[in-house]
Every structure is written in C-alpha cells, then in structure tokens.
Ligand binder design. Structure first.
Ligand code: HPA
Length: 236
C-alpha cells in the first residue's frame, strides 16, 4: 500500500536508498549512474527511482530540505517499505578550518538544534550517530578513490538563515560542517533498527564567505556519488 507521501508499490524500492535533498538531483543520479531506472514516486514531485548499479538494485529518492521533510520520507522508507540502508548525499557549509570547498565530509555523528529527539522522551541528550556498517564501508570506498575527505561530527540545523550566527561556537567543539537533515535521518534509523549515513560535499564556507559555482561542484559531486554507490555495493 502506498503511504500519504509515496505511491511506490511495496517491493519496488531497493534495500539501499541514496537520498539527495533535491528531487531533480535524484532524477539526475538515476539517469546518469543507475542502469534501467524506473520512477516509483511522483507525489509532491519527490521523485524516487529504482535501478541497478554494477548489477545490484539501488534506489534514489529526494528527501526535501530540512529535518521534518527527511523525517517523513526516511520514516516511510524504513518502516513501510522495508528499506535497510539510507545514505544521504548532500551539500554542506564548512565549519572547521581544515575543511575546504569541494572536500567530502562523512558524518560520523550529527549535533543539532532541532527538537526532533524530544519525541523519544529520553532522560538526557541523545547523540545521533551514523551506522558503523555504512560508515566503515564509506571510509574504505573514499580511501580506494583517493578522495579528499573528512570524517567526524556535523551540525544539522533547523535554520539556513540564522539570526544567532552560532557557527563559531560549533567550530570550537570540532564540528566539521553544517547541513540540515542528518540528525533526523540518524534518529529514524536508530529507532527503526536500520542503518543511515550522511555523505556531503562542501559547497560553501559561511565563516569565510566562500562558495562554489554549480559547475565546480560537479567533480566533488562525482566523488561523493561514487563513494555512496560503492558503499551500497559493500553492504548489499
Ligand atoms: N547552511 C546550512 N545548510 C547548508 C549550507 C549552509 O551554509 N550549505 C549547504 N547546506
């Protein structure tokens, strides 16, 4: 049965799903990286496709921007469609001094200013964490590619335009980069007993006033995608 946000038939989504924020990016990935992609969802334009990579079934679906949006789509994939692994592939702003434009950042953990964890009524502060199976496979894949990559804590923010200007404080705590989805994805995976990872390409440096052009992002985008696809193969 389809869900309120996804009209895929049960069984039409692969065990491993790559999730870019932008649904048109999902279309691009399906058409350029997967063999024989079939579109399984068009509800709200949140395009989803299943195809194969090196003969292994892989799906790719947009998540939308922000934790409420990825929260909905990843919850349904894990709990309604039997998906085991979700790998977010997105862009991030650099926070740490040694993270440069176009680097790849792999989110081992995701700090957040979101209240998403409050639904679990935990008597303390939860630490959203990537799954070791995916994290270790992604690191091996990045090493095999000789990609410039960092692994560590990322910051999932509810705000893109933030009045408090708090990035310098996150920097003091060793946080590598800012994005807007990973913490909710990691929490949904943990609650469902499934696996999640976030792989990012650095598109801008908010503290240094730098950003890449859309064209410049293509090379790093390729590194990130190849790392994500090779990770999907390793955990199949
Ligand atoms: N902030 C939040 N999310 C982002 C950014 C940023 O600067 N860059 C890419 N995703």
């Amino acid at each position: 049965m389809p869900t309120p946000h996804n009209n895929a038939e049960k069984g039409s989504i692969a065990k491993t799903v790559l999730m870019p924020g932008d649904p048109l990016r999902a279309k691009f990935i399906a058409e350029n990286y997967l063999d024989s992609p079939i579109c399984y969802n068009e509800v709200r334009g949140m395009l989803g496709y299943t195809g194969t990579y090196k003969g292994i079934p892989v799906s790719v679906q947009g998540s939308g921007m922000g934790m409420p949006s990825i929260g909905i789509y990843s919850w349904e994939l894990f709990n309604e469609y039997g998906v085991e692994n979700i790998i977010r592939v997105g862009t991030a702003g650099a926070i740490a001094d040694n993270v440069e434009l176009r680097d790849v950042v792999i989110g081992m953990s995701a700090s957040t200013n979101s209240a998403y964890a409050s639904q679990y009524r935990l008597p303390g502060t939860y630490a959203p964490t990537a799954s070791w199976s995916l994290l270790s496979a992604a690191v091996r894949s990045a090493e095999e590619k000789n990609a410039a990559f960092h692994v560590g804590n990322i910051f999932s923010s509810d705000t893109f335009y933030d009045d408090a200007d708090s990035l310098a404080q996150w920097q003091k705590m060793g946080v590598l980069a800012i994005e807007m989805e990973a913490a909710a994805l990691y929490m949904n995976a943990a609650r469902a007993g499934k696996n999640a990872l976030c792989i990012l390409t650095v598109s801008d440096c908010p503290l240094r006033g730098l950003s890449t052009s859309a064209e410049e992002r293509q090379t790093t985008f390729r590194d990130m995608m190849e790392i994500a696809l090779e990770t999907a193969i390793k955990v199949n």
